[in-house]
Design a binder for this molecule. Structure first.
Ligand code: GAL
Length: 667
C-alpha cells in the first residue's frame, strides 16, 4: 500500500468543509484557533464560493480567500481547495439562460438553490474552466494547499438535462458510438413500436412521453449523462493538473448513488473521497460499512477519505434524528477500520442562515464550549485520530467479493420489468450476511480478476455481457465459489434478451435453466422448504427452475411450482456454483450459505471487528454500535496487544461501553 496520497499530512486527515464566506473576517482567526484545538489538519475551502470569487463576469475577487488561506497556513491547517464550480452565481443564468439544466418535461431550472447548471452548457463550461484556471494560477503554490476538490457531488441534484445543447450532444455521442443509423436501430430494437430512425436529428433524449421510452435509449442516455459529467470533471481536473502536477485532485462521491459509474471515475481521482450520511436512527452500521467497502474497492490500493459526514443531525430528511453520544465516534472509526485515512465533516461551523442552518457542524450554533456535547466529541475525535497515526497507510484485505455494476443498476431499474428490484438493497443482503460474520468484502466489476476471493456473489446481475459471464464461470471452474441470485444474465448491453433459456451465458456454470418467473407483490411471499425441513418465505421474485446437473438445496412449497428448486448447488469444474431463485430473508440466507461463506472474528450482535494491516502489524478495530456495554472476546491476533486509543494493554477480551471502540495493535 503506498503512503497516503496527501503528502503534506503526516497523519490521518481530520476536518471538514470550511465556508468562511458565510462569516465576517473577524471570525476567521477564531476558526483557525479552534481548528488547532480540535486537532483539525485539513479543511475543504471554497466549494460554494463562486459568487463571492467572481462578482461580475470575468471580475475575480480573491482578496478574502488569500487572507483565509494565509490564516490557515499560519495555523498549520492544510487545505483541500475547491475550484468553486459547484454552483454558478445568479449572473450566469441571467447572461446565459441556456446554462440552466432542463428537466424531462422541458421545464428549466432557475438559480436560487444550487447545482442548477447543465454539464452540457458550453457557457457554463467555459466560465467554470476560466474560474478554475484563475484559482489554480493563484493558489497552486500556496503553502496551505494539500489537494484540489473539484466541483461537488456531481449530479447530486441534477441527474438529467434535456436542453437543446444536451440533445445535440446526445446525438453526437450516439453517432460516435454507433457510426451508422442501421447499427443504432438494431441496438435499440427500433423495429418495435415504429421507432425506426431515418436521420440523427430525429432522435431525442428520453423526454416526457405517453408511455415507456425505449429501454435501450434510456440506458444509452444514462451512459451519456455519466460520461458527460465525467468529461466535465476531467476538463476541470486537467486545468488543475497543468498548474500543479504533483497535487492530488479528487471530487466527492456519494452512496448509494446510481447516476454516476464511479468505477470509471475512480481511475481519474488521485484518492477516493465520499460523503456518508447514514440515518442515525434508521440505518444500521452495516449500511455505512457497505458504502465504505464499496468506496475502498474503487481504488483498493489507496486509502480513501470520508470527505463529509454529520457530527449529529442533517437537515434534509423529513425527520432528522441526532447521533447519540459516542455514535459519531464509532461511525468515524468504522470508516478508518474499512480503509479511510481521512475523517471529515460537512461542515466546520454551523450556518446561521440559508437552507442548511439546522444541519449539524463541528462548531455548533452555541459556539465551541467545552460543555457542549458535539464540540466535546469533535475535540475527542481529534485526539483519537492522532492516536491512530500508525494506522495511516495500512491496507484492508477482503476474502469475499460482491459483483457490483452500475450499468446493471441502470438497466435493472428501468421500468417494464417482472418486478421492481431495488439493486442496492438486494446487494445489501449479501453484504450484510458478510458484515455479520465480520468477513470483509470487496465490490468488484463483473470482469475483474476474482482469483483472490474465497467466495464471489453476483446478485441480480440482469445485464451481463457474454465475456463477463465467462469470467464468472471461469472463476468457479478454477475452484471458486460463485453465488448467483435471481434475474441474472438476462440481457446484453443493449437491453436485448440473451435467447435460448435464462440465464443463457451462466446456464452451464449454474447447471440449470430458468423457464419463467413470477414477480411477487410487496408483502406477498412463497413458502420455501429449507434443508432439515424448516420453512421460510421467498419474497420479490420466484423462478421456475429446471435442474441441468445442479442439486436443489431448498424447494418451493406452494403454488404450481411447489417442489421445484428455490436454491441450488452445482459442482462446476474444480469449484461450486450456487443459485437463489427467490429473495431470502437474512436468517434463511445465512442458513443456505452457511458452509459457503467463511466467518471472520466472532462478536456479539452489533459489534464489528475488522482489520487493517501494514507489512509489520495488524490493527484490529472492535466497534460497539449498540447502546449497551459489551464484552467482546478477541481474535487471536489481538490478544495481549495494546489499545491505541487508551494506551492500555488488553487480555483475551475487551469491555466496551455503549458505542465504545478499541483499536488494537502490538506495541
Ligand atoms: C452534501 C453536500 C454538502 C451538504 C451536505 C449536507 O451532499 O456535498 O454541501 O449539502 O450534503 O448533508
Amino acid at each position: 500500500m503506498p503512503a497516503f496520497p496527501l503528502p503534506r499530512l503526516p497523519r490521518i486527515a481530520y476536518g471538514g468543509d470550511y465556508n468562511p464566506e458565510q462569516w465576517a473576517p473577524s471570525v476567521w482567526a477564531e476558526d483557525a484557533q479552534l481548528m488547532r484545538e480540535a486537532g483539525v489538519n485539513l479543511v475543504s475551502v471554497g466549494i460554494f464560493s463562486w459568487a463571492m470569487l467572481e462578482l461580475r463576469p470575468g471580475r475575480y475577487e480573491f482578496g478574502w480567500l488569500d487572507r483565509v488561506l494565509d490564516t490557515l497556513a499560519k495555523a498549520g491547517v492544510s487545505v483541500c481547495l475547491a475550484n468553486a464550480t459547484a454552483s454558478p452565481p445568479p449572473w450566469m443564468a441571467k447572461k446565459f439562460p441556456a446554462s440552466c439544466a432542463v428537466a424531462r418535461d422541458g421545464g428549466a431550472m432557475f438559480p436560487g438553490s444550487r447545482q442548477h447548471y447543465s454539464p452540457f452548457s458550453a457557457d457554463y463550461r467555459r466560465c467554470a474552466l476560466a474560474l478554475t484556471e484563475a484559482i489554480a494560477r493563484r493558489y497552486a503554490k500556496h503553502p496551505a494547499l494539500a489537494a484540489w476538490h473539484v466541483n461537488n457531488e456531481y449530479s447530486c441534484h441534477q441527474q438529467e438535462c434535456h436542453s437543446p445543447a444536451a440533445t445535440r450532444a446526445f446525438r453526437g455521442w450516439l453517432r460516435k458510438k454507433y457510426r451508422t443509423l442501421g447499427a443504432l436501430n438494431d441496438a435499440w430494437t427500433t423495429a418495435f413500436w415504429s421507432q425506426r430512425y431515418g436521420a440523427w436529428d430525429e432522435i431525442w433524449t428520453p423526454r416526457r412521453a405517453p408511455y415507456h421510452n425505449n429501454p435501450a435509449q434510456e440506458l444509452d442516455y444514462a451512459r451519456f449523462w455519466d460520461e458527460g459529467c465525467l468529461d466535465l470533471y476531467l476538463a476541470e481536473r486537467a486545468v488543475l493538473k497543468r498548474h500543479s502536477p504533483d497535487l492530488p485532485v479528487t471530487t466527492n462521491f456519494m452512496w448509494p448513488f446510481k447516476p454516476l459509474n464511479y468505477r470509471r471515475w475512480a481511475e481519474h481521482c488521485d484518492f477516493i473521497a465520499w460523503d456518508a450520511y447514514p440515518d442515525p436512527h434508521g440505518a444500521p452500521p452495516e449500511f455505512s460499512a457497505y458504502g465504505h467497502d464499496l468506496m475502498r474497492s474503487l481504488r483498493p490500493e489507496l486509502p480513501f477519505v470520508l470527505m463529509e459526514q454529520a457530527t449529529t443531525q442533517v437537515n434534509w430528511r423529513p425527520i432528522n434524528g441526532l447521533k447519540r453520544p459516542g455514535q459519531m465516534r464509532a461511525l468515524s472509526l468504522q470508516a478508518v477500520a474499512r480503509g479511510a485515512d481521512g475523517v471529515m465533516f460537512f461542515q466546520w461551523r454551523q450556518s446561521q442562515g440559508g437552507a442548511e442552518k439546522f444541519h449539524s457542524a463541528m462548531v455548533p450554533h452555541a459556539g465551541a464550549q467545552t460543555g457542549n456535547r458535539v464540540w466535546r466529541e469533535v475535540t475527542g475525535l481529534g485526539v483519537d485520530l492522532e492516536a491512530l497515526t500508525p494506522v495511516a497507510g495500512s491496507g484492508v484485505k477482503a476474502r469475499a467479493a460482491i459483483v457490483f455494476d452500475w450499468e446493471n443498476w441502470w438497466a435493472l431499474e428501468l421500468p417494464s420489468k417482472p418486478a421492481r428490484i431495488d439493486y442496492a438493497a438486494v446487494v445489501a443482503d449479501f453484504h450484510r450476511l458478510c458484515f455479520r460474520r465480520n468477513l470483509t468484502v470487496d465490490f468488484v466489476a463483473p470482469g475483474a480478476d476474482l482469483s483472490a476471493y474465497e467466495v464471489v456473489f453476483a446478485p441480480a446481475l440482469y445485464l451481463l455481457r457474454a465475456a463477463d459471464a465467462k469470467n464468472l464461470s471461469d472463476y468457479a471452474r478454477a475452484g471458486g465459489k460463485l453465488v448467483v441470485s435471481y434475474f441474472s444474465g438476462i440481457v446484453d448491453e443493449h437491453e436485448r434478451v440473451a435467447l435460448g433459456g435464462y440465464p443463457a451465458h451462466l446456464r452451464e456454470a449454474l447447471g440449470l435453466v430458468v423457464e419463467e418467473w413470477d414477480g411477487l407483490a410487496p408483502g406477498t411471499t412463497r413458502r420455501v422448504k429449507l434443508p432439515g425441513g424448516k420453512t421460510t418465505a421467498g419474497a420479490e421474485f420466484a423462478e421456475v427452475v429446471h435442474l441441468e446437473g445442479a442439486k436443489a438445496t431448498a424447494t418451493f412449497a406452494e403454488d404450481f411450482y411447489a417442489g421445484k428448486p428455490a436454491a441450488t448447488r452445482h459442482k462446476f469444474g474444480a469449484g461450486q456454483t450456487y443459485y437463489l431463485a427467490t429473495r431470502f430473508d437474512d436468517a434463511a440466507l445465512a442458513r443456505l450459505l452457511d458452509g459457503v461463506v467463511p466467518r471472520g472474528a466472532q462478536a456479539p450482535a452489533g459489534v464489528e471487528i475488522s482489520e487493517r494491516r501494514d507489512g509489520r502489524r495488524t490493527f484490529t478495530f472492535v466497534l460497539n454500535h449498540t447502546r449497551a456495554a459489551v464484552t467482546v472476546p478477541l481474535p487471536r491476533a489481538a490478544v495481549g496487544t495494546t489499545d491505541l486509543l487508551t494506551g492500555r494493554k488488553v487480555g483475551r477480551r475487551v469491555k466496551l461501553a455503549a458505542f465504545g471502540c478499541a483499536v488494537l495493535a502490538a506495541r
